[in-house]
Design a protein around this ligand. Structure first.
Ligand SMILES: [Zn+2]
Length: 312
């Protein structure tokens, strides 16, 4: 598991999906696997097995779980940007969690083989605080920092107010408009909420790192497979070749399953879904929100007048 990388990755994903994916959906998708499980993981007899394995709740860390969530969301909301956001966010989480010793089952239920590169130890057996200390004593903490830098270097554009107004909000006008009206949050307030997830990740990374150094006082060992003082939680005794073969078979079956779903019902679900409207640069949020309430179906706006935003 990662403690802050999931928060940083969201902005990187947003940069690549643009208005096709809702930012809130990406965040929820990325939180999803741990949101449903983390609370129980620390109380389990064998936390790593329970968290990632089968039997256990390891299916939450499989690609099919993202597909399942995205399908429900698409059927319920018709919003393509929500379905895509949930899917991509959850898939990014599955891939990120390859890095610890427990790994994930990407192609569950077609393969229950755990895939891992064992970069750092899965340390949930240490309890919540011990887990954080172990993570920030390993390459995990460096991984968080890496994603923080990647986002600042390559996705800095997503932090600009104009990007927020023309890409992030239109991708999810219904939800941003709802927050704006319900809680009377101004445009800058909405923008701060958006940036908030980054600062949440930054705060989490910094404070847990300091906790590991000065609270738990665990040794900092940023080497492959660290830290030494934690027992490794390697759940599989299969060799690399076995893992490769089983995972490949699982992957092929999974791809076939996706194709079948597309033919049987997804195509129909997708076609009755709706895309976010195209918004011209310089369009005020007020215009976007008004358009949204006039046309709940989020139909593309013909020519939005470039008015400024005034708080209601
Ligand atoms: Zn996880």
């Amino acid at each position: 598991m990662s403690w802050a990388a999931h928060e940083f990755e969201n902005y990187f994903i947003q940069k690549h999906t643009g208005a096709r994916a809702s930012f809130f959906a990406i965040v929820l998708g990325a939180l999803g696997p741990d949101l449903f499980t983390k609370f129980f993981v620390y109380a389990a007899d064998d936390p790593a097995q329970f968290h990632r394995g089968w039997p256990g709740v390891g299916f939450t860390h499989s690609l099919i779980f993202g597909v399942f969530l995205a399908t429900i969301v698409l059927a319920a909301t018709k919003s393509r940007s929500w379905a895509i956001g949930i899917l991509v966010g959850q898939w990014a989480h599955v891939l990120t969690d390859f890095a610890d010793t427990a790994g994930t089952m990407p192609f569950f239920p077609f393969s229950t083989e755990l895939v891992t590169i064992s970069m750092w130890k899965h340390a949930a057996a240490e309890g919540r605080y011990g887990d954080a200390a172990a993570y920030y004593s390993s390459l995990g903490g460096v991984w968080d920092l890496f994603w923080c830098v990647v986002v600042l270097a390559f996705a800095w554009r997503t932090f600009r107010p104009d990007y927020f107004r023309t890409v992030v909000v239109p991708a999810d006008a219904r939800v941003w408009a709802w927050i704006h009206r319900k809680f009377r949050v101004s445009e800058s307030g909405l923008y701060l909420i958006y940036l908030g997830f980054f600062f949440y990740g930054l705060g989490r990374m910094t404070s847990w790192f300091l906790y590991a150094r000065f609270g738990a006082k665990t040794p900092f060992q940023p080497v492959w497979g660290g830290p030494d003082y934690v027992v490794g939680a390697d759940l599989s005794d299969a060799g690399p070749l076995e893992v490769l073969i089983r995972t490949t078979i699982g992957g092929v079956l999974f791809a076939g399953f996706l194709w079948l779903c597309w033919r049987v019902f997804w195509r129909r679900l997708w076609e009755r879904g709706e895309d976010p409207p195209a918004i011209q640069r310089g369009t005020g949020l007020r215009t976007i929100f008004v358009t949204e309430s006039d046309a709940p179906g989020l139909k593309p706006t013909a020519e939005p007048p470039p008015t400024g935003f005034e708080p209601a």
